[in-house]
Design a binder for this molecule. Structure first.
Ligand code: 4AD
Ligand code: MG
Length: 476
């Protein structure tokens, strides 16, 4: 029978003839193959009877080679594993030249592995990260499915800028060398594929709102594109976003949903990816050892995840946060790059991180931001100057979630759009929701890669997505 490494290590099937296929991680003493097939972080040890194995075959058992093994699963004689395979025959499926194969059985830098992103999931670190990414993704669908949400596929190509930030990638089928021009000498997009200007979506929210206002509870989970030139460890030009949207739910309900959702998916990985988490935790501990004591983190990876699952997020209004920031040491001593002087200031990631990492030491939900620094669709509060927005900030990450209660009053929304010069015609369908059966509704967006960063402890967002797209980089 054919098995995976995971099955061999967890099922009770010793002393049976078995077959397995995988890649050689290491071969030592011409006798012990460490074989991995991606099904688990663990390798299975395959013991070769080298005296009765063809010399030419032994030479081809090199790191990276794909092999097919037949043998018997027995209790292991050596230390480090319970069972091992006593090999009776080996077939080399695909050779791997040991002088050229980049992934040697030694420690590689993350930068080197990024350049070899097509091979990096052959390492323990990246196979663990990507298995966790897959589990988290499943847990997200499971959470919404269990809670009565419908999964909605919002368009990737769109004519609207949901966030109004103008950070979009254009989609066009025009000949860039010879585009049709109108009388003003500008490009005539009426002749383009869609008969108008289009771009890759920055958020599925506006379309999700239309479905929430008929199906009640919906969510999107898809790729999102932003042409912001931020070369940071937390920004991608292409990332995945989860956006639930719920009718008749206000901002307080939105906070409850976001908190429950995040706790649920994180506890799912604690339960289902224990070995991968333990591996990543040890990897971080090794990394920590190279840092000075003061910079080492107080909790290890699994403790950090448990802490989030077991403790309430702190809910703090923007106004309270500004008071804390105005009076904090780094602000007074001018240690921040951006000094907080007055109410209305936009928060930079240094401020967000101060609040979660130094002041509250737990995830924080900031709400009721000044209208001027938030998107047009957010519900204006009775004070006339703040909106029902919320951002969820996480230790080590900063902003993980951005969401709000939506402006449901047609006249207020129209006025806001006018002030921001947003074309009413273009968003007439969005305004229709406020004309026909309008109601309080809310939602949020969670950056999937930032969640994966938190769950894996990886410090750079480029290391939690298979093929990162960042400024000047779209390899693979
Ligand atoms: O705060 P943002 O811009 O919110 C929205 O797009 C809303 N339409 C969501 C909604 O209410 N339905 O983005 C949401 C989240 C951020 O909190 C962050 O986690 C992530 O998306 N994000 C990014 N992740 C990686 N790279 C980028 N360039 C990101 N920009 C935002
Ligand atoms: Mg945001």
């Amino acid at each position: 029978m054919s098995y995976t490494v995971s099955q061999l290590l967890t099922q009770d099937i010793t002393f049976q003839p078995i077959e397995i296929k995988g890649w050689v991680r290491a071969f030592r003493s011409n006798r012990f193959i460490a074989l991995n097939d991606g099904s688990t972080i663990n390798n299975i040890q395959c013991v070769v009877d080298f005296e009765n194995t063809n010399e030419a075959i032994l030479k081809r058992i090199t790191t990276g080679a794909a092999i097919h093994i037949k043998g018997e699963l027995v209790e292991s004689q050596g230390k480090g594993q319970k069972v091992e395979i006593q090999v009776s025959s080996i077939e080399i499926l695909g050779d791997s030249d040991p002088d050229e194969y980049p992934i040697q059985p030694k420690k590689h830098t993350l930068e080197f592995l990024r350049e070899n992103a097509h091979l990096r999931t052959r390492t323990n670190t990246f196979s663990a990260v990507m298995r966790l990414r897959s589990t988290l993704s499943f847990a997200i669908h499971k959470y919404f499915n269990d809670n009565g949400f419908y999964y909605m596929h919002t368009p990737i190509i769109t004519g609207s800028d949901a966030e109004g930030a103008g950070e979009m990638f254009r989609v066009s089928a025009l000949d860039p060398k010879n585009p049709p021009l109108n009388d003003d000498g500008e490009i005539n997009y009426k002749e383009d594929f869609f008969g108008k200007e289009t771009n890759l979506t920055v958020s599925g929210q506006l379309e999700a709102e239309t479905y929430a206002m008929s199906l009640g509870k919906v969510y999107t989970f898809g790729p999102t594109f932003r042409a912001e030139n931020s070369n940071t460890s937390r920004h991608l030009a292409e990332f995945w976003m989860i956006e639930p949207e719920v009718a008749f739910m206000d901002l307080a309900g939105n906070m409850d949903l976001a908190e429950d959702f995040m706790k649920s998916v994180l506890s799912y990985v604690l339960e289902h990816n224990r070995e991968d988490l333990e591996f990543l935790e040890n990897r971080l501990l090794d990394e920590e050892k190279t840092k000075p004591q003061a910079q080492r983190s107080e909790m290890n990876l699994i403790e950090k995840i448990k802490f989030v699952v077991d403790n309430n997020f702190k809910r703090v209004s923007y106004t309270e946060a500004i008071d804390i920031l105005k009076n904090c040491k780094p602000n007074k001593k001018k240690k921040f790059n951006y000094i907080i002087e007055e109410w209305g200031a936009d928060l930079q990631s240094e401020h967000e991180r101060f609040l979660v990492e130094k002041h509250f030491k737990c995830p924080v939900i900031l709400f009721d931001y000044p209208a001027d620094i938030k998107a047009f669709y957010m519900r204006l509060n009775e004070d006339g100057k703040t909106v029902r927005a919320m951002d969820i900030l996480f230790p080590g990450i900063g902003e993980m979630v951005g969401g709000s209660q939506r402006e449901e009053r047609l006249d207020v929304l129209k006025e806001k759009m006018k002030a921001l010069d947003i074309d009413e015609e273009e968003l007439s369908w969005y305004l229709d929701l406020r004309k026909y059966g309008t109601a309080v509704h809310s939602g949020f967006g969670l950056g999937f890669e930032r969640l994966v960063m938190f769950a894996t402890g990886m410090g750079n967002i480029r290391d939690v997505i298979p093929y990162p797209r960042t400024p000047q980089n779209a390899d693979f």
